[in-house]
Design a protein around this ligand. Sequence first.
Ligand SMILES: NC(=O)c1ccc[n+]([C@@H]2O[C@H](COP(=O)([O-])OP(=O)(O)OC[C@H]3O[C@@H](n4cnc5c(N)ncnc54)[C@H](OP(=O)(O)O)[C@@H]3O)[C@@H](O)[C@H]2O)c1
Length: 159
Amino acid sequence: MTTIGFIGTGTITAAMVAGLCAAPASPAQILVGPRSADKAADLARRFTQVTVAADNQSVVNGSDWLVLAVPPQVAHAVVSELKFKPGQRILSLIAPVDDQWLDAAVAPGRLAARIFAASVSSSTSALRSTPAWPAHDQHRLHRHRHDRRGDGGRALRRA
Ligand SMILES: NC(=O)c1ccc[n+]([C@@H]2O[C@H](COP(=O)([O-])OP(=O)(O)OC[C@H]3O[C@@H](n4cnc5c(N)ncnc54)[C@H](OP(=O)(O)O)[C@@H]3O)[C@@H](O)[C@H]2O)c1
């Protein structure tokens, strides 16, 4: 029985959970974090597969696959305090991201994929509001901008 967990229950999580639950091969269980309590409760009300966990660590503990969907400004703080399970597969939607740091931070879990999909305006806003990211991320940010120019605003990187 596969359980997919989501850390961060915002716009993208709500859309993904709704899509997953409507799919013919819907996962057996979905765990969402308790933040954005209204959205989390709404998902649990609409879809029988969805359970709201008590906290972020409970989402990790109960999930086979884990989706990281918190704002980039809090990513370091949120991810750093979690203890991932060996071999746990993790999908990061967080952009921009320091790939090396994230790889290490999710160990002994495994970063299976990173997905960025943002409009120019929201991406620009995110880039301007990430002073907590290490300076060497500037290289990553430029690459991300370049990627967006090259593929019409979408970039998918597999770890
Ligand atoms: N929207 C998109 O189309 C899209 C596409 C691709 C990637 N992304 C990326 O996905 C991430 C989320 O985007 P979004 O649009 O879903 O943002 P959002 O609607 O602002 O949702 C962010 C979620 O993270 C939660 N959160 C904040 N601090 C937290 C913490 N310490 N622990 C747990 N949860 C916390 C928020 O809870 P509260 O409301 O309680 O603060 C909220 O549920 C971002 O990194 C964004 O760049 C978004």
